[in-house]
Ligand binder design. Structure first.
Ligand SMILES: [Zn+2]
Length: 364
């Protein structure tokens, strides 16, 4: 057990962001055989993570914070006024609309729910820097890591972490922040926003060319502070932990961040419908543990995790619970699906090792 103070933010309104009726990821279209169902990005996974945190009793050991909305001025640190005004207009319409790429639906009021998600992540980082908490988890929705400066993308209305980090940088001149993105998709938005910024280290490990299809390559290094680790489909705990030990831990040691942020998608989990990876709840806890050690090393234990993707409503709650159990040092429940920890595919395979070694800036 550690004695760290772990902050936690969730708000019921995050579940009210309405992505509508869809055939998973496409609009319903009988002419193409696309039957109406739910959007993969719906409230259920997030709501059920929160409910497991409550029902397990872990909630009593967390410092629950109340989120606030991000201000227009804070959003302007990343997104242009034209986009914000257009999105607000869309959000005010009776039936909502889309944030720009045709794959980011929102219903009426989606703008305000989005600003609450940005505000929650911003606040948790502020709370950590102010010493009110050590580490923490912002269970927010909609997600943020695909949104670029110019607009929304891939279910993301705003760059939650992009705005939160920009606010932290404005309030704390000279601060250095690292972002580790373990969502199965490339953290293209965070990369885009901080590509020329030497004070923000962005690291994304993701299934190679899953989404977006054209970003996330190893050669995208910005000013030397962007690291992409594209992983072959089928990578499990062995491959992820090898990347954390040989690439991420040394990169953090060298960069010496004052705070480590995480873009936390559980769509890299073994049961996710949108990814083809094998990470288990235990694997997410082990990755969290490594980042906690790095945060203890240079960042006074400041580790703030922002929720992103994760689309299996049964398994995602255990991934979230395991990350929060690790952050708080308090164990409430085991993973009923722990047989997946011993799948043969969890080993580090040579083709995975060679890809990770090629992505390692320590191996020029
Ligand atoms: Zn994702």
């Amino acid at each position: 057990m550690n004695s760290l103070r772990t902050g936690y933010i969730y708000h019921e309104l995050f579940g009210w962001h309405d992505t509508g009726t869809q055939a998973g990821m496409f609009p319903t279209d009988p002419s193409r055989g696309l039957q109406p169902f739910v959007n993969y990005e719906n409230a259920e996974t997030k709501r059920r993570i929160h409910e497991l945190i409550v029902v397990s009793g872990l909630i009593d050991n967390l410092d629950r914070r109340t989120p606030r909305h991000a201000t227009f001025e804070e959003l302007l640190l990343v997104h242009p006024a034209e986009y914000l005004n257009q999105l607000k207009k869309t959000s005010d319409q009776e039936f909502g609309g889309d944030a720009g790429d045709g794959e980011t639906p929102l219903a009426k009021g989606g703008y305000e729910i989005g600003t609450l998600a940005v505000g929650a992540v911003t606040q948790l980082i502020q709370d950590s820097l102010a010493g009110h908490i050590d580490n923490g988890y912002a269970l927010v929705r909609p997600p943020g890591h695909h949104a670029v400066r110019a607009g929304g993308m891939g279910y993301c209305l705003f760059s939650n972490l992009g705005v939160a980090i920009s606010v932290a940088k404005k309030e704390n001149p000279g601060i250095r922040i690292a972002v580790v993105d373990w969502d199965v998709h490339h953290g293209n938005g965070t990369q885009d926003i901080f590509y020329d910024d030497e004070d923000v280290l962005t690291i994304s490990l993701h299934q190679d060319r899953l989404y977006p299809r054209k970003t996330g390559g190893r050669e995208e290094r910005g000013v030397g502070t962007n690291i992409n680790i594209p992983l072959p489909a089928g990578t499990g705990n062995g491959g992820y932990l090898y990347a954390f030990e040989t690439v991420i831990r040394p990169a953090l040691k060298k960069f010496k961040p004052d705070l480590i942020a995480v873009a936390s998608g559980f769509d890299s989990s073994v049961y996710d419908p949108l990814g083809r990876m094998l990470v288990t709840a235990k694997g997410f806890a082990q990755m969290t543990e490594i980042l906690m050690e790095s945060a203890a090393d240079t960042a006074k234990n400041r580790l703030v995790i922002a929720h992103e993707g994760g689309y299996n409503a049964v398994y995602s709650p255990f991934c979230g619970l395991f990350v929060l159990q690790q952050l708080s040092g308090i164990h409430k429940l085991d993973d009923p699906f722990s047989h997946t920890d011993t799948y043969p595919g969890q080993a580090l395979f040579p083709h995975q090792k060679s890809e990770i070694d090629l992505a390692n800036p320590l191996n020029p």
